[in-house]
Design a protein around this ligand. Structure first.
Ligand code: ATP
Ligand code: MG
Length: 388
């Protein structure tokens, strides 16, 4: 009886001709996530991926695998030959193990016979195994509607027996949908936006804008902490750190006060686009949301959008704040996000920001600024960090 981990694919299973590519990318991400935990072998068998390694590390491996996008379930399995006696032994063992972990009174057997040459059909095989479990455990009964546990038996090239399915996030493996640049502030929304697009297979990098020395070094550390948490899902992450202070000062002296936020937002977009183009990235990602704050009205978003040509992904656009917070807590960025450090946007915050900016007015205000010189100089002075 060997112990292995099985990984069930979600959407990847629906891919036609590209399926192999997606599976291979997922295997690459699995390797990345657990490479230091003693993998011996990773192989595919009829629709699932199996991992063989140091069994003592399986629970730690599962914790990390939960954060790998593209998989829906992980199960610790017994792998045996397709033989009734061996499957029975493994089933008894698996049930015993789960009974030690939690209280179980009822069970149901769920057989999946992928190998049609196996002579016993699934329902019949489930019944047979059910009988064996009933005879082995006096205190268990069958409940086919609402059992306390399932005993899963997959009959393929080998037979796999397991009782637990630990949920992953689904989505698609990172790297299967190009690269994107996340505008990462220190707030609640942008880390969630990055998480959501990474879950759709985008390889992330981040850009953060600060106003040092008006904003503190600690505020920048906070952003690095957030990137560290995101890196649990994405693996290695680059952060481009850009000082926006000269730009903000020039806007502050040369433009109408109520346009400060929207004008700096357009600079953030433009600088982001330039970095993205320089690094072969295909989209910008923000945590913007319709109506959440004064700068995020439909008019404001329009004017911000028109500063760039790259597509801007705003996965949170239609979410209520409570729902964003729920995700932030689940992905563990929330506690860091709410730490009280100043953001560059707050440095020259107007008392009454425009909520219905017109693109013509904004373009006219920008004529007073050395837009290209400011952008180039901000990028020349940019710092780059790599978060492992
Ligand atoms: P967040 O919680 O992500 O900060 P928010 O609700 O506070 O969002 P804004 O401050 O208006 O909203 O920012 C909208 C979006 O603009 C952010 O989600 C982020 O993508 C980007 N952004 C804002 N400030 C910065 C910054 N200092 N550096 C990088 N991106 C930023
Ligand atoms: Mg913010």
């Amino acid at each position: 009886m060997d112990r292995v981990l099985s990984v069930s694919l979600g959407e990847i299973a629906l891919k036609g001709l590209n399926r192999k590519y997606f599976e291979d990318q997922l295997i690459k991400q699995i390797r990345r996530a657990i490479k230091d935990l003693g993998i011996e072998k990773i192989y595919k068998e009829q629709g699932k991926i199996y991992i063989e390694g140091e069994a003592a590390n399986y629970s730690q491996m599962m914790n990390r695998l939960k954060k790998v996008f593209g998989l829906v379930y992980i199960s610790p399995c017994y792998r045996v030959e397709k033989d009734v006696d061996q499957i029975s032994l493994a089933s008894i063992e698996a049930v015993k193990e789960l009974k030690d972990k939690r209280k179980i009174k009822t069970f149901k057997v769920d057989t999946n016979r992928a190998d049609k040459s196996f002579p016993i059909k699934s329902p019949e095989f489930s019944k047979k195994m059910g009988g064996i479990i009933l005879r082995s455990f006096d205190d268990l009964n069958v409940d086919v509607h609402n059992p306390d546990m399932y005993l899963y038996i997959d009959i393929k090239q080998n037979a796999y027996v397991y009782t637990e399915r630990i949920k992953g996030y689904g989505g698609l493996p990172i790297g299967t949908n190009g690269k994107g640049l996340l505008l990462l502030s220190g707030g609640i929304d942008s880390p969630v936006a990055g998480f959501m697009m990474a879950k759709r297979g985008i390889e992330l990098s981040c850009v953060h804008y600060h106003s040092y020395p008006f904003t503190s070094e600690r505020a920048e550390e906070k952003v690095k902490d957030l990137a560290h948490i995101l890196a649990r899902y994405t693996g290695k992450l680059n952060i481009f750190s850009v000082n926006l202070l000269d730009i903000q000062k020039q806007i502050n002296t040369k433009c109408p006060e109520d346009e400060m936020t929207i004008l700096s937002r357009r600079f953030m977009m433009r600088i982001g686009e330039k970095i993205a183009n320089d690094h072969q990235m295909n989209a910008l990602i923000t945590g913007e949301n319709l109506g959440q704050v004064a700068s995020q009205t439909i008019y404001g978003l329009n004017v911000t959008n028109q500063a760039v040509n790259l597509p801007v992904f705003r996965p949170l656009i239609g979410f209520d704040k409570v729902d964003i917070i729920k995700i932030a807590k689940d992905i563990e960025t929330y506690d860091t996000s709410i730490m009280p450090f100043e953001d560059c946007c707050t440095v020259f915050l107007p008392k009454h920001p425009v909520t219905r900016p017109k693109v013509e007015d904004i373009i006219q205000s920008e004529e007073a600024l050395d837009v290209n010189i400011l952008i180039d100089s901000a990028i020349d002075n940019m710092k780059t960090y790599t978060i492992e």
